[in-house]
Write a protein that binds this ligand. Structure first.
Ligand code: 5GP
Ligand code: ZN
Length: 139
């Protein structure tokens, strides 16, 4: 079993509230959201961070992030969407498998990247359902 939690999620060995999957990319709800709808978009292959990831994987993550940003906007009507990506512990990275954060924000929300507490599973599931539905509606 992999030591990397995101590799375990990719392998189906750990649970997640998924919103999108293709050959290269997986997207799911952050387990400790900063706000409602906080998403993570990852390459299925393990790269520690931006400095290791190959260009094709990063472009695929970005293309999916763009589609998901539109879906978030439709599903949850945020005022803005933060796109964050941290490289190395000194930059605040805590899971060392390359990933993009998509964080819907309302005016006045603090600009944080990390939540403090685990999200309510029912709420995470409901947000995943709404975002997935908005994504499908755009196809
Ligand atoms: P980083 O600090 O590396 O940019 O962000 C890692 C993110 O992964 C954090 O926002 C954290 O809440 C999230 N996270 C950590 N473990 C898990 C997990 O097992 N499942 C999910 N869905 N998110 C996780
Ligand atoms: Zn990994």
């Amino acid at each position: 079993m992999s030591a990397c939690i995101f590799c375990r999620i990719v392998a189906g060995e750990a649970p997640c509230h998924g919103v999108y999957e293709d050959e290269t990319v997986l997207a799911f709800m952050d387990i400790a959201p900063v706000g409602d709808g906080h998403l993570l978009v990852i390459p299925k292959r393990h790269y520690e961070n931006l400095l290791e990831a190959d260009e094709a994987s990063m472009l695929a993550v970005m293309a999916v992030s763009r589609r998901l940003a539109h879906a978030l906007k439709r599903a949850l009507t945020p005022d803005g969407i933060g796109v964050h990506q941290l490289n190395g512990a000194a930059a605040g990275q805590t899971v060392f498998h390359y990933h993009m954060h998509l964080i819907p924000r309302k005016h006045g929300d603090p600009i944080a990247v990390h939540g403090r507490t685990a999200g309510d599973p029912a709420r995470l599931a409901e947000n995943a359902r709404r975002i997935t539905a908005a994504l499908r509606a755009a196809d």
